[in-house]
Ligand binder design. Structure first.
Ligand code: GPW
Length: 811
């Protein structure tokens, strides 16, 4: 129940506000209203509650002159909001009751909300989980991103091929956005820059630029059982109405108008590649658009509160989520020097005190580099500043490492016609962190080794975490209820207290309840799958799930090989001892990522062939779930039993899906990669199933030379599997994938699927054999749930707040 204006929100308040919204916006009574109108009215009323709560919270921040963190990220994968907001505000039962009286089912209303896809995957979802925790822990925070008109594409699988469709989520999904047309900023691109000296003072002149207006749309993020409502500000590009009068006067009316509408393309669409950079001009424009608008906003808010910039670094922390917003470094320099007349040294001092940076990958294809010519042309002033940062950096490095050109060129920000964004980010940030222990260690040892040697004090680790309320309490109400009964509700605010659940490891009635809950959740998922695919997934089979972006390093192909080998075994011996399994896959491939699309085709074809064989499909089934997104994940996680986290060790920075599975009681089958390593430490060896080469062994294998063919020759099972892959499934041959896996001359599969195949199969068999013993399985599942508290975003945010941002709770 929510305390509003010192009074309690009652059901009659809810009824009155709903009625008044229905009448005002749709001219209907509750009796006349349809589901859609009721849904929209509910959103409007919740938005009002958030607004009033937010203004009170803002007052408090102001009064306490509290430091705020600004979290910049090109992606926020927010998921649906109605359910989350009602839960976080503690007003579900009031709404449920009133809506029931009006003849509506709240759960059905939730389903009407489109799932805004303003992110690709892990990176964007992490940002959203972090916003949830920031608010729930009463930290003052503001997220900044782009209001993409088209979010991540919708995926359809047609004959096994991924086909992309536009996601115009704004059509119905903009209900949570509050446009703030009073708070716009202008962002300048292109043109020429020159310096003008007058009376010993230098002014920078930027001419013939093009200008875009950034219009903010705010989404309010309520905390759970907290006072805070923070906001996520999404910028939309709008043409500026002062047209290029030169063009008009030259009679070029159409071109003048056309040039303007080009501006709006900046916030048109989210780039659909994950862990990969394309180096496109439009993407660079998007990045600068985000940081320039956000920084102007941060500075103008600061001036409005304090009237001066002298205390800027005491009151402001700016966090860049990977390097995508790294242009905020030169942009802050530009604003301080060109507008507020700071000296270089003073501006640099401010920048290096406020900016911190999280790295999310070691994959070389994801480390952002921009072509110097493109960069200079689009952002001439910013290029000047980056060059000067680079010049001074190299000068310092020269004193540190005289004559060591190799090292200095590796550490330089500009070199070989490229601007290296990671080097810029490390050079200017006070703190740099990786997202799991293993990943942070790898950063220090490999990609950022030189920087770690030169500036060891900057480097730290903050292991990722998830919004455990969304992913456990609100998505899995049955398990949540069991936990409430066993250990009380404290874990909702203090996830580390989930360990109390360990006390019930020998309580047979609790273990039975766990099994029942899993079965009920599997039934719900099974219905969902049936509605989407017409396939009935048997709830008595093991639900083995791999859902994540399609990527070679995540090795969905290895999982497919495992299933193929089981298929062969069953064909040879229909009575083979295999516990029935339903293999569920889901995930999108970047539209231009051919190999990933081929793997989708393989999984789909394998599934289709099996589906036509009644004997086999009763034992193993393969389902490819289309258009995997946050809402689908909320149904999948509670119903999963095996969580496949099988990336090649050393490649997955952290992974966060793994944590959602764990907290819902799935057992992990995984490599020692990313956060799996810490999950193993948390549950002990008998409740997690680890296989394959370690990161160190992978390195050694590389150095020695990875010869896939050797594994093929050494294992009968593997050889049969790969040969079968060559023959293909459902009429499609996959010989390309075979050459990819074992081509003899060093160009084969860099993610070493074959090297881990045998140990994967072995560990999978070991894991599934436990399933015979339902109680033992439930015990292991309980252990996972009880030890998952560490992987809550509340813990991660607590660490960022204390060790990196130095911000305090505002209550
Ligand atoms: F390349 N991640 C992602 F590092 O989802 F920027 N998209 C991305 O573009 C990048 C990373 C980037 C993921 C990591 O792959 C995953 O391991 C990690 O758990 C997640 O970011 C959140 O830290």
């Amino acid at each position: 129940m929510l305390q509003m204006n010192n009074s309690i929100l009652t059901t009659s308040d809810v009824r009155n506000t709903l009625e008044s919204k229905l009448s005002r916006y749709f001219g209907v009574t509750p009796q006349e209203a349809d589901k859609n109108q009721i849904y929209k009215a509910a959103v409007l009323t919740v938005k009002d509650i958030l607004t009033s709560k937010r203004s009170k919270y803002k007052e408090k921040i102001k009064k306490q002159r509290a430091k705020t963190v600004y979290y910049l990220c090109m992606e926020f994968l927010v998921g649906r909001s109605l359910k989350n907001n009602l839960h976080n505000l503690g007003i579900v039962s009031e709404y449920e009751k009133v809506l029931n009286e009006m003849g509506f089912d709240l759960n059905e209303l939730y389903e009407l909300e489109p799932d805004p896809g303003l992110g690709n995957g892990g990176l964007g979802r992490l940002a959203s989980c972090f916003m949830d925790s920031l608010s729930s822990l009463d930290y003052p925070a503001k997220g900044f991103s782009i209001c993409y008109e088209y979010g991540l594409f919708k995926q359809k699988i047609i004959d096994g091929n991924q086909v992309e469709f536009p996601d115009d989520w704004m059509n119905d999904g903009d209900g949570w956005l509050v446009p703030r047309t009073d708070k716009t900023f202008s962002v300048k691109f292109d043109g020429h820059v020159s310096e003008k000296w007058e009376n010993g003072k230098c002014t920078v002149i930027h001419e013939e630029y093009s200008e875009v207006q950034a219009v903010p749309y705010d989404m309010m993020i309520s905390g759970s059982d907290s006072e805070a409502v923070n906001s996520l500000r999404l910028w939309r590009a709008k043409e500026i109405s002062n047209f290029n009068m030169n063009l008009f006067s030259q009679g070029q009316y159409v071109r003048a108008i056309q040039e303007n509408s080009n501006a709006e393309i900046i916030s048109k669409v989210l780039y659909p590649s994950d862990d990969h950079t394309e180096g496109k001009l439009l993407r660079l424009s998007q990045q600068y658009f985000l940081v320039s608008a956000s920084l102007q906003n941060i500075i103008s808010d600061h001036l409005a509160s304090y009237g001066t910039l002298y205390n800027f670094s005491d009151k402001v922390a700016i966090h860049i989520n990977d390097t995508h917003p790294a242009l905020c470094i030169p942009e802050l320099m530009r604003i301080l020097m060109d507008i507020y007349s700071y000296s270089w040294e003073n501006a640099w001092d401010v920048v290096t005190k406020v900016v911190s940076y999280t790295n999310h990958t070691v994959l070389p294809e994801a480390l952002e580099c921009w072509n110097v010519d493109l960069f200079r042309l689009k952002l001439p002033r910013i290029y000047n500043i980056v060059s000067e940062i680079n010049r001074r950096l190299c000068e310092d490095l020269w004193t540190m490492y005289p004559g060591d050109w190799d090292r200095i060129s590796r550490m330089a920000i500009i070199g070989y016609s490229q601007v290296k964004m990671a080097n810029l980010s490390i050079a200017a940030s006070h703190t740099v962190n990786g997202v799991s222990k293993l990943h942070s260690d790898i950063l220090k040892k490999t990609v950022f080794r030189d920087y770690y040697k030169a500036m060891p004090y900057k480097f730290t680790n903050v292991t990722n975490g998830i919004a455990h309320r969304r992913w456990l309490s609100w998505s899995n109400p049955k398990l949540s209820k069991l936990l409430d009964e066993c250990i009380g509700e404290e874990y909702k605010k203090k996830p580390e207290t989930l360990t109390e659940f360990n006390k019930f490891r020998d309580d047979t009635s609790v273990l039975e309840r766990l099994q029942e809950i899993k079965t009920e959740n599997k039934l719900a998922l099974s219905k969902f799958i049936f509605n989407k695919t017409g396939i009935i997934a048997d709830v008595n089979s093991i639900f083995d799930v791999q859902v994540k972006r399609m990527h070679e390093y995540k090795r969905q192909l290895l999982n497919a090989l495992k299933i193929i080998s089981m298929y062969i075994e069953l064909k040879e011996n229909p009575n083979a001892h295999i516990h029935p399994c339903t293999f569920i896959f889901g995930g999108k491939a970047a539209p231009g990522y051919y190999k990933a699309k081929e793997i989708i085709k393989l999984i789909w074809s394998l599934g289709s062939e099996i589906e036509r064989d009644p004997k086999i499909r009763d034992i193993i089934r393969v389902i490819y779930l289309e258009d995997y997104n946050v809402s689908t994940a909320e149904i999948l996680m509670p119903a999963s039993e095996i969580s496949e986290q099988i990336s090649l060790a050393g490649k997955e920075a952290s992974g966060t899906g793994c944590m959602k599975f764990m907290i819902n009681g799935a057992l992990t089958l995984g490599t020692l990669d990313g956060a799996n390593v810490e999950m193993k430490e948390a549950v002990n060896d008998d409740s997690i199933y680890i296989f394959g080469h370690t990161a160190e062994e992978v390195d050694e294998l590389w150095k020695k030379g990875y010869e896939a063919i050797r594994y093929y020759q050494a294992s009968d099972k593997l050889r049969k599997t790969v040969d079968r892959l060559h023959r293909g499934f459902n009429g499609t041959s996959f010989s390309n994938l075979v050459s990819y896996l074992i081509s003899g001359y060093g160009v084969s599969d860099p993610y070493m699927c074959l090297a881990d195949f045998d140990s994967y199969i072995h560990t999978f068999n070991e894991l599934t054999s436990v399933y015979q013993n339902k109680e033992l399985w439930a015990k292991k599942s309980l252990r996972n749930i009880a030890q998952a508290g560490y992987f809550a975003a509340d813990r991660s945010i607590g660490e960022y707040a204390a060790d990196i941002w130095h911000i305090n709770h505002v209550k």
